[in-house]
Design a protein around this ligand. Structure first.
Ligand code: NDP
Length: 278
């Protein structure tokens, strides 16, 4: 039976350490969050980020823009926040309305305040293994592996999914730690041919219980990034069929309580880092 990688517990530990650091170093971190439009899920995410900030002692400034906001208005706000010395980090909650160009918006956020790690400058810095803000979910995955002393160097890591916010930064992070990385995606033929080679398997697909035990190697470390609704029960489940895979893996993350809580913890980490630098 696999050991559970407890993301909830680790995230709590990280938040407590950050809270201590903010007090001891007399930091004044401030996160400015921009929310455009009325996406209900985004409102919940923003509320959760606000709660985490309060707990740590990070000031939270919310900018609610209407659905009709123009690109000029959005960029104007980002530029003002870039210039303000009291703002440590800027986060643009996605999705934003379709008439706005999210790529340009992310590019406008100053790389030094880009706590989500979505600015191409930070993506490039990660590529060449230089200090950068790293996208929070993949950063959280790496932190979990470190906490549970999972050796990465020389291991075969298979990443399923190549999105800009999860898969791609994760590929780079694992490569920077000297793993041999195999990348798979929706056009990959015979997926299990690759997943079976994985010492470390990370799934970020978005398909409920897609990864079965016959797709993994005995003793693999399995990290489940997926957040899906079980079509029958409506419950939140991962990409991995936890019940069967946990019998074969050496370590496994549950859903919920695995990677999810780590994402917000790493965002808080990035904001505190930004406050130290700026
Ligand atoms: P995307 O939809 O952007 O990317 C999904 C990736 O999975 C794509 O690269 C796609 O390939 C690939 N894929 C889809 N189907 C298959 C398949 N059958 N076999 C192999 N690869 C496949 O999703 P995200 O990266 O944003 O998110 C992935 C999952 O992680 C979702 O469930 C999301 O909810 C969750 N998530 C969880 C977070 C957390 O905090 N725990 C944070 C962010 C996301 P292709 O590129 O060819 O289309």
């Amino acid at each position: 039976m696999a050991e559970i990688i407890d993301g909830k517990k680790l995230a709590k530990k990280i938040r407590e350490e950050l809270k201590k650091e903010v007090i001891e170093k007399k930091l004044s971190p401030k996160l400015a969050v921009i929310l455009v439009g009325n996406d209900e899920a985004s409102k919940i995410y923003v509320r959760n980020k606000n709660k985490a900030c309060e707990e740590i002692g990070i000031e939270f400034e919310e900018h609610l823009l209407s659905e009709e906001t123009t690109m000029e208005e959005l960029l104007d706000l980002i530029n003002k926040l870039n210039e303000r010395e009291d703002v440590s980090g800027i986060l643009l909650q996605s999705p934003i309305p379709k008439h706005l160009n999210i790529k340009t918006a992310f590019e406008t956020i100053s790389p030094e305040k880009d706590v989500d790690g979505f600015n191409p400058i930070n993506i490039g810095r990660l590529e060449i293994n230089e200090p950068s803000f790293v996208s929070c979910t993949p950063y959280g995955v790496l932190k979990m592996l470190k906490e549970y002393k999972v050796e990465i160097e020389g291991k075969t890591a298979v990443v399923i999914g190549r999105s800009n916010i999860v898969g791609k930064p994760l590929i780079q992070l694992l490569l920077n730690k000297n793993a041999t990385v195999i990348v798979t995606h929706s056009k990959t033929r015979n997926l299990e041919q690759y997943t079976k080679q994985a010492d470390i398997l990370v799934s970020a697909i978005g398909k409920a219980r897609y990864i079965k035990s016959d797709m993994i190697k005995e003793g693999a470390v399995v990290i489940d990034v997926g957040i899906n609704r079980d079509p029958k029960t409506g419950k939140v489940v991962g990409d991995v069929d936890f019940d069967e895979v946990s019998k074969k893996a050496s370590y496994i993350t549950p859903v919920p309580g695995g990677v999810g809580p780590m994402t917000i913890a790493m965002l808080m980490h990035n904001v505190v880092q930004a406050a130290k630098k700026n």
